[in-house]
Design a protein around this ligand. Structure first.
Ligand code: CAA
Length: 256
């Protein structure tokens, strides 16, 4: 499929989803969110082993489209919120690892899409924040829940209450980015990371992701119980047997 404001491109088993609305700094409107939703589903259906999310031009995603939002009724805003949640949840539940390659502005809903990815790598010129408070609203696509889990309660409250726009190094220090790289190196660093992830055993990778997500959903106790079941369920699979045999036999594993 092809879309006007989203591109889905493949490099072997790694899919890259690029939000491509550079005139609006990749701000997300209804068409773009629906296209993202379809592209994510397509990447999953075609068994992507890693998915990269990035933005065209100099921005990652400058947020939800404020021009679209400004006259929304509360009822329409409910549907709008649900659409954004649907996309963020699809990223979170994607059956392979997802990486946000944060190449520039990641504000509001853009920050929230990055938060829904498994990993975040930023260009050194990137800026990120949940700036909604200065528009008289709050984060609407998951940041009130995902941000505190990632950076801790105090930092999340400061970011959301103050609408702070953090530079890449400060965001990394807060735990928002796993890595900050030179702007020109971002694509290569992310591509190498995606290739490394894609080469890992897919079922174990999916199971690890499910276990971590499950733990984030509920209490630590229910997460630990889930982890126990998930851990045991991998024993007896081809990849478990092969991975351990390869270690014992001191050779490279051949995963399914
Ligand atoms: N929505 C709609 N259009 C946007 C936009 C947004 N979030 N961000 C930028 N644009 C548009 C601008 O209106 C402008 O369009 P025109 O050329 O037609 O005027 C174009 O993109 C370029 O933007 P600027 O001229 O403002 O570029 P700049 O380099 O001077 O500033 C910026 C860049 C700092 C990112 C600034 O555009 C900005 O602050 N944008 C808004 C960021 C924001 O607050 N995002 C959060 C939105 S709320 C949200 O996301 C809610 C939610 O949780 C769901």
């Amino acid at each position: 499929m092809s879309w006007d404001t989203v591109r889905l491109e493949w490099d072997d088993t790694v899919a890259t989803l690029t939000v491509d609305r550079p005139d609006a700094l990749n701000a997300l409107n209804v068409d773009t969110l629906e296209a993202m939703s379809e592209a994510i589903a397509e990447a999953a259906a075609e068994d992507a082993r890693a998915l990269v999310l990035t933005g065209a031009g100099d921005a990652f995603i400058a947020g939800a489209d404020i021009k679209y939002m400004q006259d929304l009724s509360a009822e329409a805003a409910q549907e709008w919120g649900e659409l954004g949640h649907e996309v963020a949840n699809a990223l979170e539940a994607f059956p392979a690892p997802t990486i946000a390659a944060v190449n520039g502005y990641a504000f509001g809903g853009g920050c929230e899409m990055a938060l829904a990815c498994d990993l975040r790598v930023a260009a050194e010129s990137a800026l990120i924040g949940n700036t909604e408070i200065d528009l008289g609203i709050i984060p609407g696509w998951g940041a009130t829940q995902r941000l505190p889990r990632l950076v801790g309660d105090e930092t999340a409250r400061r970011m959301i209450f103050l609408g702070e726009r953090l530079d890449a190094d400060s965001a990394a220090e807060a735990g928002l980015f796993g890595e900050v790289v030179a702007d020109d190196d971002l694509a290569d660093v992310v591509s190498e990371l995606a290739d490394r992830l894609a080469a890992k055993p897919a079922f174990a990778m999916w199971t690890a992701k499910q276990a971590i997500n499950q733990g984030q959903e509920g209490s630590q106790g229910s997460g630990l119980a889930y982890e126990k079941r998930a851990f045991a369920s991998l024993f007896g699979t081809h990849d478990q047997r092969e991975g351990m045999a390869a270690f014992v036999e001191d050779r490279e594993p051949e995963f399914e």
